[in-house]
Design a protein around this ligand. Sequence first.
Ligand code: FAD
Ligand code: ZN
Length: 469
Amino acid sequence: MDVLAEFRALLGSAHILTGNDAAPYLTDWRGLYCGSALCVLRPATTEEVAKIVGLCADQDIAIVPQGGNTGLVGGAIPGEGQRAVVLSTTRMTTVRKFDPESNTVTVEAGCILQTLQDYCFERGRLFPLSLGAEGSCTIGGNLATNAGGSQVLRYGNARDLTLGLEVVTADGQVWDGLSGLRKDNTGYDLKSLFVGSEGTLGIITAATLKLFPLPRSKITALVALADLARAVVLLCRTQALLGSGLTAFEVMSGDCLRLVSNCFPNQRLPFEAGPADAPWFVLFELSSNEEQDRAQDSLETLLSEAFEAEEITDAVPASSVEQARALWHLRESIPLAQSERGKGIKCDIALPVSDIAAFVAEMGAELSHVFPGVCVMPFGHLGDGNLHYNIVPSEAFGEDEIQASHDRLYEMVHDAVHCRGGSISAEHGIGQLKRHELLRYKTPHELSMFRAIKSALDHSNILNPGKLI
Ligand code: FAD
Ligand code: ZN
């Protein structure tokens, strides 16, 4: 029997996609990568995943795991001409267990992040992972990329939220590590190895995740600032005043927000002309277990202190849940608005928070000197020291110029980040896009440990080859 017939016998023809049906799985969100595959397989159970891996291992076929296909580094797309299958988890969506006393939920890998958030919310618990792609990305993809997003400041990233995993390993065995334990020092932490491994060490089929009580009140505000250094001062002030009550602190250059309101005219900046021209904005969110009135008082104290210290030039606190949603929508529309401008360059960098303002000032001057007219539109999770330092096409320096200078631009930004002890991928991972960059910045010792781990867990290199390392 040929391998496609074996897959058909295992899953039924309806769950094996080829030709036009497979096309959406073979190109990424940004349209940067286009791959090929024998077929797309859509298993419904862990046992089916294990059998697929067994068959592929026998026939030396590469397996590219894919969740929502919202990744930004080409990790879920097979290479061109690779003898590969895409293994889509989108049928594996069951919540296996909800345990409010232990504050845990066990869910299958293909569950959409927002579906899980809603499921937990309806049962009085918070699953705090939150990102712009939450309506499409999956838990498996979130864990495989160790996703960050807007609530890391308070609740940590995907790895911090993971208590246990179920994984199909490259030999087709199922590792049941679905422990919901918060303490377990019995040797190497296998789950932490699979989280962030981008499908190169195993296929995550389910996870046990941490939950939190729902906050009683939530306050969102957008403030305008004269410069980025003031945003860092405001961050420190807010943390000093509210501690872990600060759940998000997102910074955006003024150009980012103005681009959103130009691109999507129904999304207007909630400021008059003067403050709407501000060079920087911060969107922050405070959550607490106090009543809304008390939380409102804390916000007023914070804003009046910040005005007095000349840290902010204007502020719009959301007066309703709808207005808070509209402010978040502005922030979350930035990636889409930037991509409407054409193909740019995304630099997903992390630096010590105290270095960020100087980095942005110095890097901007250096890039403009070498590439006159270059347009940088940074935004990101300032509280985590993570900026999306994106280079966006402009009239003076368009898509063609950017693509022609791609490697040099990457090198300039990444060298500067590396020199300051930063990271060239804070939350999107390495995938295909940054493989060469990884080789440049990891030491030979680190790379040899990476290779030892990969060959110990997948010595035939069938799991997502050509990604990460
Ligand atoms: P996919 O894109 O399908 O896959 C991503 C990687 O994980 C691939 O290497 C794939 O092989 C692997 N993988 C997928 N499922 C599994 C599995 N079950 N087992 C093993 N490997 C698997 N990311 C952030 O971290 N923070 C953000 O704030 C953020 N904002 C975004 C905003 C927008 C508008 C978009 C489009 C993307 C954003 N991202 C962000 C990136 C992306 O959403 C995340 O990387 C997300 O975690 C990917 O999930 P996914 O299900 O789409 O994974
Ligand atoms: Zn982000």
